[in-house]
Design a protein around this ligand. Structure first.
Ligand code: SDX
Length: 428
């Protein structure tokens, strides 16, 4: 027996179906509300509004649970690889050894980008932000692969666009970094696995490949897995709504990259390190900065803290914090901002303002410290978030299309002038 919600408004009562998900989450289905009542709902920021029914990722913000296709993030981070998690998110099941090898082979055939794309890199000012470059370059892929523009591709054609994007993203990301240094780009090597190949293109030299510490490769796998999907966050919702107009995959992901760039979203990992550096240089302990974060007249926020969904620990933050300790110890790095981050966390978790608002460290609070330890510059951190989030964006875009969801077009409540007549210029 399915639940029914009833609302009464303007003296009339209306009944609406309630849907229940596999984890017993419930939602009032308002898709017919306007038809039966002439009334809509409004929810700025969609804090209480579900945009879709999805089978990809499950979050429980109160319990601090995150699962990809039912598998707990803790187990995937410990036992899986980024390419295996990529396959799981996009196609729904963990691959067999043969399927994974076939997936890896398909990707390795498409890691090069068109040589004419190098002209795009040359056109960017040397210090232009990597996220702006990435959004532009990913969108430009549709110019080189016009078959991706087909709004109704076959499954094979859609899969080819997916494979191409997965294959070329590491190349684009590493070349953005190399160009920022004025160094020659390093071409992909198909004998290396996905993460090792990315690290070699990023930190290798034209004269020699890098020898990568296993701890660095493992840390990169963990970071990419932890960022791979997060249900209907801002950038993923952007990818879905752009894709809902039948825009191609590259255009949809390019839009998602732009949404991720914001410091309230993926850009927070860069903002956290900048904040920690400021605190270190200021010499002021956590108390001064927590006070600023609580002061409504101060625009300062404790970056890397708080989350729309998690009202408990972000499980990813816990894993990254431990990985931080492991990687810095293994690499023999003593980064003072890690101590500042831990001091801030400890103080905030005891502070009533943060406790009352259930503000905990999120995925961005510690990730930048590892990225820095691995050798990445701060302005590359959000690009690394995008590299990790790519499979999630693709999986969600593919699910939206497979479910034949309608074009996203929210309504509004108009608050402007009621009708009025035009006044000629000489009468104003
Ligand atoms: C990501 O959605 C996702 O899943 C995102 C993500 C993913 O994987 O895709 O998890 C990745 O984007 C993580 C979040 C990274 N952003 C930051 O770390 C930026 C700092 N955090 C905040 O700006 C904020 O917490 C948000 C944006 C993350 C969430 O904002 P909400 O849900 O809109 O909450 P809010 O801004 O309404 O805050 C509620 C209260 C407010 O105080 P009151 O008005 O009730 O007095 O909490 C306060 C806020 O002022 N608050 C903070 C704070 N975050 C919230 N106060 C100080 N410092 C903070 N960081």
């Amino acid at each position: 027996m399915s639940e029914i919600a009833s609302i009464s408004v303007n003296g009339k009562s209306h009944e609406l179906p309630v849907i229940t998900g596999t984890e017993n989450e419930q939602a009032i289905d308002i898709s017919k509300l306007r038809d039966i009542s002439s009334i809509i709902t409004i929810d700025p920021g969609f804090k209480n509004t579900g945009a879709t029914k999805s089978a990809i990722t499950f979050l429980d913000g109160e319990q601090g649970i995150l699962r990809y296709r039912g598998y707990p993030i803790e187990q995937l981070a410990e036992h899986s690889t980024f390419l295996e998690v990529t396959y799981l998110l996009i196609y729904g099941e963990l691959p067999t050894a043969d399927t994974l090898q076939d997936f890896r082979n398909k990707i390795s055939r498409h890691t090069l980008i068109h040589e004419d794309m190098k002209k795009f890199f040359d056109g960017f000012p040397s210090k232009s932000h990597p996220m702006g470059q990435l959004s532009c370059l990913v969108g430009a892929l549709s110019a080189f692969y016009p078959e991706s523009l087909n709004p109704n591709p076959s499954e094979e054609e859609e899969n080819l666009s997916i494979i191409k994007l997965l294959a070329k993203m590491p190349t684009i990301v590493s070349w953005i970094y190399k160009k920022s240094l004025g160094h020659p780009v390093i071409y992909p090597k198909n004998n290396l696995n996905y993460v090792h190949n990315f690290l070699n293109m990023t930190f290798g030299q034209i004269t020699e490949d890098i020898t990568v510490d296993k701890a660095v490769v493992d840390a990169m796998h963990t970071l990419l897995i932890l960022h791979a999907d997060h249900e209907q966050n801002c950038s993923t919702s952007t990818v879905r709504i752009v894709g809902s107009s039948n825009a191609n995959l590259y255009a949809s992901v390019s839009a998602g990259i732009s949404a991720l760039w914001g410091p309230l979203h993926g850009g927070a990992n860069q903002a956290v390190i900048e904040m920690l550096e400021n605190i270190k240089n200021d010499g002021g302990g956590s108390a001064k900065w927590l006070a600023k974060a609580k002061d409504k007249n101060d625009s300062f926020r404790l970056m890397g803290f708080g989350h729309r969904v998690y009202k408990n620990f972000d499980p990813r933050a816990k894993i990254i914090k431990k990985a931080c300790d492991d990687v810095l110890e293994r690499l023999g790095i003593n980064d003072p901002v890690l101590d500042i981050a831990k001091e801030l966390e400890e103080a905030a978790l005891k502070d009533q303002y943060f406790v009352d608002r259930k503000l905990y460290p999120n995925v961005d609070f510690y990730s930048g410290i590892i990225y820095r330890a691995l050798g990445f510059p701060t302005d590359m951190f959000t690009v690394l978030f995008a590299l990790g989030r790519l499979p999630g964006w693709i999986a969600q875009w593919r699910e939206m299309r497979a479910n034949k969801e309608p074009i996203g077009r929210p309504r509004q409540v108009y608050m402007g002038h009621t009708t009025r007549d035009y006044v000629t210029l000489n009468q104003r």
